[in-house]
Design a protein around this ligand. Structure first.
Ligand code: DX5
Ligand code: ZN
Length: 217
């Protein structure tokens, strides 16, 4: 599966509903929602009311929620009934807490994703990996849109891809987020990414043509 999940972080607030509606009309069925707490990262992003209003007012689509927060449990409770998949940061919790969260999500029947920052190694999350539906490799430091893609992220993708293939865990999606554009997305897919988050590049070039360019093989 090779898909994009547009991030609406850099979309003007008064245009969120239009933007997401237009994406679904162009056949995009995943959208990436960035949530920040100004603690885990030095910024704030979408508010709960905005995400809820998009859910209520836009055509149905898969909502992937990217929690860049320290209080993962609190935000998980807030978003578990809004999002289709909730991705948190490995760096925000202890291993014991991660195991606790996995149990909670199992009971709630909520799909969980785990994300790692650029400096975190893939091997750190390997022991936990089978519990997740998605692994998000950050290709910029989380917190802001419009940053430059960190090339080494591709090595992490390929390491992860090899592990998942070898261990028959191919149903776990590999997502990449940060600095993706019409040029580097092909390489991401080539290295094993299933779903590429595209933020500012698509905001700046918002057209069906760009969507086609990003998803063409
Ligand atoms: C950054 C966010 C990203 C961001 C991507 O911390 O997690 O989802 O919106 O934006 P671009 O594609 O502009 O790097
Ligand atoms: Zn994100």
């Amino acid at each position: 599966m090779k898909k994009i999940s547009p991030s609406i972080l850099d979309v003007p607030k008064d245009n969120l509903i239009n933007y997401v509606t237009q994406l679904t009309k162009w056949g995009v069925n995943n959208v990436h929602y960035d949530i920040m707490d100004n603690i885990f990262v030095p910024n704030v992003a979408l508010q709960y009311a905005e995400v809820k209003s998009i859910k209520e007012n836009c055509p149905k689509h898969i909502m992937d929620i990217h929690l860049m927060v320290k209080d993962v449990f609190g935000y998980y409770e807030m978003y578990k009934n809004v999002g289709d998949i909730i991705t948190f940061h490995y760096e925000a919790l202890t291993e014991g807490e991660i195991l606790q969260l996995i149990e909670i999500a199992k009971k709630d029947n909520v799909k969980l994703g785990i994300s790692i920052k650029p400096k975190t190694k893939v091997r750190e999350i390997i022991p936990l990996i089978k519990n997740f539906s998605l692994v998000l490799i950050m290709s910029v430091e989380p917190g802001f849109g419009g940053q430059k893609f960190i090339e080494n992220s591709l090595n992490k993708v390929s390491e992860l891809k090899q592990y998942l293939t070898k261990n028959n865990l191919k149903n776990i999606l590999i997502q990449i987020d940060g600095g993706i554009n019409g040029d580097n997305i092909k390489n991401c897919f080539k290295f094993g990414v299933d779903m590429a988050v595209v933020g500012s590049y698509l905001v700046k070039n918002f057209s069906e043509k760009t969507i086609n360019k990003l998803t063409e093989r």
